[in-house]
Design a protein around this ligand. Structure first.
Ligand code: NAD
Length: 429
């Protein structure tokens, strides 16, 4: 497969060490827009990057703000809205951790306000939004880091080396599965008991979405509704696509075929709870993505890269390499030949090799000992903010990964193949 070599600066442990060696007077002031569940993880990670200080937080549910201030030991101030954060010239960078339907507007406004932006995945809610974000980021010369953090792991870089060095041979298939079997896994999250119109700003949550009556399920379980989320494709598959593009150098699939169904959690959502997609890449490989929320299979998560010389399995904290020896066994074929011809076959080099057999090489394990990927990803972002250099997951990369998810949903909705328009929707080469 034809792979593009890319050089990424400031990724991983090196960036972390350098970000941490900053003088206190030279701190990057961070505002956090939306401090929900994921942003509390980001907050804890940002606290470990010493050149940064979280100075502002805002959220549409007051309980989240209180907890974020508590986590910063009172150093962050509550701001009444994201616009108040953007209007504050002392803030250098913002994180955007709101539901997906808000991302475009908040990211674009933040860039125009002169902020660098770490936006959670998926970067967009619809394909064209990515073009706008990338254009504004370029015009403003601001950094956008998109939050599919796996690409900042040592494992992802190692797997990329394996693929690009030819260790796996010709890669023709990558398959990824996310399976769950619990209410939380199916996004039916607990709702805080104090949630009410007094603590929840419903209009702030809705923002650009369709006006609706106050609804705590929509507010706290927004992934279940198409008005705020692309469901499994934008929540889970976007991570896989980001990683696949990173390890292969591919930009986008040319065609996407997908189908989904809502089979089990029918009362709680309008997006599928079961989804399968095939993505065909012009470099000459296919990707199979699948997910069900109705069984957790064996461990729930699978990421395999299948090559002619070997396969790789990507785990949460490492990789497994399984070499494939060129070993054939045609006994069941030649066993149906006339005896003399079968005996003749086993006198040929191929037949002799089959009789002899080959020792099967052992699997090899690569253990990831680097920093956790969220911390490394944030460190990469802040390193780029400080040094105005390249970062690992910019707006174009986020646009492409999110667009894979949007094509998947388009294919599900239309029942036909969705095609990518490389001319219209990709960066100029
Ligand atoms: N990278 C990852 O591994 C990862 C993991 C989980 C979630 N995420 C992403 O993070 C984002 C948030 O997901 P989550 O699980 O934290 O959801 P969440 O519902 O816990 O958090 C979203 C927060 O945004 C707030 N919000 C909504 N509208 C707002 C507004 N106008 N102004 C300020 N705050 C507003 C909500 O009150 C809520 O607290 C999503 O884009 C999601 O896909 C990424």
């Amino acid at each position: 497969m034809a792979l593009t070599r890319r050089v990424f600066l400031g990724t991983g442990a090196g960036a972390l060490a350098q970000a941490q060696s900053t003088a206190p007077s030279d701190r990057i002031a961070v505002g956090m827009i939306g401090v929900g569940s994921r942003s509390h993880e980001l907050l804890e990670a940002i606290k470990q990057v010493e050149g940064t200080e979280i100075v502002a937080v805002c959220d549409a549910y007051s309980g989240r703000v209180d907890r974020a201030i508590e986590r910063t030991e009172g150093r962050a101030q509550p701001y009444s809205s994201y616009r108040e954060i953007l209007d504050d010239p002392s803030i250098d960078a913002v994180t955007v951790g709101t539901p997906d339907h808000w991302h475009r507007q908040m990211v674009v406004e933040a860039l125009r306000a002169g902020k660098d932006v770490y936006c959670e995945k998926p970067l967009t809610y619809a394909i064209d939004e990515g073009l706008e974000i990338a254009a504004v980021a370029e015009k403003q010369a601001k950094i956008v880091q998109v939050g599919s953090q796996t690409v900042s792991s040592d494992s992802a870089r190692e797997l990329r080396r394996w693929i690009q060095s030819g260790r796996l041979g010709q890669v023709t298939m990558i398959r990824v599965a996310y399976n769950r079997n619990s209410p939380g896994g199916a996004w039916i999250y607990p709702i805080p008991p104090d949630a009410s119109p007094e603590t929840v700003d419903w209009d702030a949550f809705l923002g650009p979405a369709t006006k609706r009556d106050f609804d705590l399920e929509r507010f706290f379980r927004w992934r279940c509704y198409r008005e705020y989320s692309g469901g499994i494709a934008t929540d889970l598959f976007v991570h896989a696509c980001t990683t696949i593009h990173f390890i292969t150098g591919a930009v986008m699939p040319s065609e996407v075929m997908a189908a989904g169904g809502l089979y089990h959690w029918k009362q709680s959502r309008d997006v599928p709870d079961t989804l399968g997609a095939m993505l065909r890449y012009p470099q000459g490989f296919m990707v199979h993505l699948s997910s069900t929320f109705n069984s957790n299979a064996f461990g729930g998560y699978l990421f395999e890269v299948l090559g002619t010389e070997g396969s790789a399995q990507f785990g949460r904290r490492g990789l497994i390499f399984r070499p494939h020896p060129e070993y054939d066994n045609n006994a069941w074929i030649v066993g149906g030949w006339p005896t003399a011809l079968e005996e003749q076959y086993y006198r040929t080099p191929a037949g002799r090799a089959e009789l002899q057999g080959l020792p099967r090489p052992e699997d090899e394990t690569y253990r990831d000992t680097g920093p956790n990927s969220t911390l490394a990803h944030l460190a990469d972002f802040f390193f780029a903010v400080r040094h105005r250099g390249a970062n690992v997951e910019d707006a174009w990369i986020g646009h492409h990964a999110a667009s894979c998810a949007h094509l998947i949903n388009a294919s599900v909705d239309s029942g036909s193949t969705a095609r990518w328009d490389f001319e219209r929707h990709c960066a100029a080469a």
